[in-house]
Design a protein around this ligand. Structure first.
Ligand SMILES: Cc1ncc(COP(=O)(O)O)c(C=O)c1O
Length: 366
């Protein structure tokens, strides 16, 4: 069986044979069939991906455009930038594309580190990318969350000084799923000196109803916002994300990127354009995530696990009052979770998968 599968994969027939691309003229798969494909093996609840994606229109864009991959197709850069600018109600000159928002995070790190100083970041927060800041010589200043696991904006503001090159806010925050109120953030940004970059990571904002901060870029030249197609848009493996900022700031960041706007493949750009149009898919994912999240939180609470109210596609919860070996149970049931983020309180995070996956997760740890 496995030999046949390997052979099918090698010959390329596997894609069709495994049902990933339906035979009939690349018909668009339904969300249901996507769920079924995933259910057979590992349950991946680690990296906050969208279990239903890519969207049907994005799948079609990939399939329809394979043949143009032999060319650079520079013109497609303008199309995706125009589509993103329209979506965020900004101008084309305010957008920079990256191979995932991670590339933009790296560009920001490089730019912020041109002069020595420190950077301010909540703890815990999304911090993998700060290795670049550390290695380029900026001092890390981590600001603990409040007791209810929210970003402490006042303490963050107080930590910013003349030497601070960058302050990072992940909104909603990863791993806690908490959201800073928009008015509080607007006020926060207004009180940061122009010599400090204010970096707002909106990777998960589509899981909320809160408006982006993109409309502030004209009045705040030190503001950088990143967004990604990896989360609700379901294109994590396609690697496409972007920065939104004042045009001068975009020029500064572009100066750190050797092939400006073209680290992203043509297929990923076309899939992203299609995803932006697929409003039904995004609405479906939002609703499915909300239902599965509510179910999971209710079940975790029954297991004595304190849960932080989530505004995202993951849940931050405590294993302090959970008596079984949580990580062993995940392993035994072929489920990928994450790690302990805070030893004090034994806080961990679980990604929201499909409802079926979350039922399997709960069954595994009951
Ligand atoms: C808060 C946050 N920002 C950025 C990223 C990077 O995502 P990508 O590079 O896929 O856009 C992630 C990925 O998990 C994330 O959680």
């Amino acid at each position: 069986m496995s030999n046949r599968r390997d052979w099918l994969k090698q010959t390329g027939l596997g894609i069709v044979g495994l049902g990933i691309i339906p035979l009939e003229g690349f018909a668009i798969p339904s969300t249901e069939s996507v769920i079924e494909e995933k259910s057979e093996s590992l349950i991946q609840l680690r990296s906050n991906e969208n279990p239903y994606g890519p969207s049907p229109l994005a799948r079609k864009a990939f399939a329809d455009n394979v043949a143009i991959s032999n060319r650079y197709n520079w013109d497609i850069e303008a199309q995706i930038i125009a589509a993103i600018a329209l979506k965020n109600n900004v101008r084309e000159e305010n957008i920079l594309l990256g191979a995932g928002s991670t590339e933009i995070l790296d560009l920001v790190a490089k730019f912020a580190s041109l002069e020595k100083g420190d950077y301010v970041i909540p703890d815990p927060s999304y911090a993998y990318w700060t290795v670049t800041l550390d290695n380029l010589g900026l001092r890390k200043n981590q600001i603990p969350l409040t007791a209810d696991k929210k970003i402490n904006l006042q303490a963050m503001r107080e930590a910013v000084n003349n030497d601070t090159k960058l302050v990072y806010i992940c909104n909603p925050n990863n791993p806690t799923g908490t959201l800073c109120e928009r008015t509080e953030l607007v006020n926060f940004i207004a009180n940061i000196p122009l010599t400090t970059l204010v970096f707002i990571d909106e990777a998960y904002l589509e899981f909320t109803t809160q408006q982006s901060l993109c409309n502030l870029i004209d009045t705040h030249p030190n503001l950088i916002i990143t967004k990604t197609f990896s989360k609700i848009y379901g294109l994590a493996g396609a690697r496409i994300g972007y920065a939104v900022a004042n045009n001068k700031m975009i020029e500064n960041l572009a100066g750190m990127q050797s092939n400006t706007n073209n680290s992203v493949s043509v297929l990923s750009k076309l899939a992203a354009i299609a995803s932006l149009k697929d409003e039904k898919f995004i609405a479906d994912c939002y609703a499915l995530n909300k239902t599965a999240r509510e179910y999971t939180i209710a079940e975790l609470k029954k297991l004595n696990c304190e849960c932080i109210a989530s505004n995202t596609n993951f849940i931050y919860f405590s294993l302090a009052n959970y008596s079984k070996d949580y990580f062993k149970l995940l392993e035994n049931n072929n489920i990928e979770g994450t790690r302990i983020y805070e030893e004090n309180g034994k806080w961990t995070r679980i990604t929201i998968g499909t409802m079926k996956e979350m039922q399997q997760f709960i069954k595994a740890i009951q």
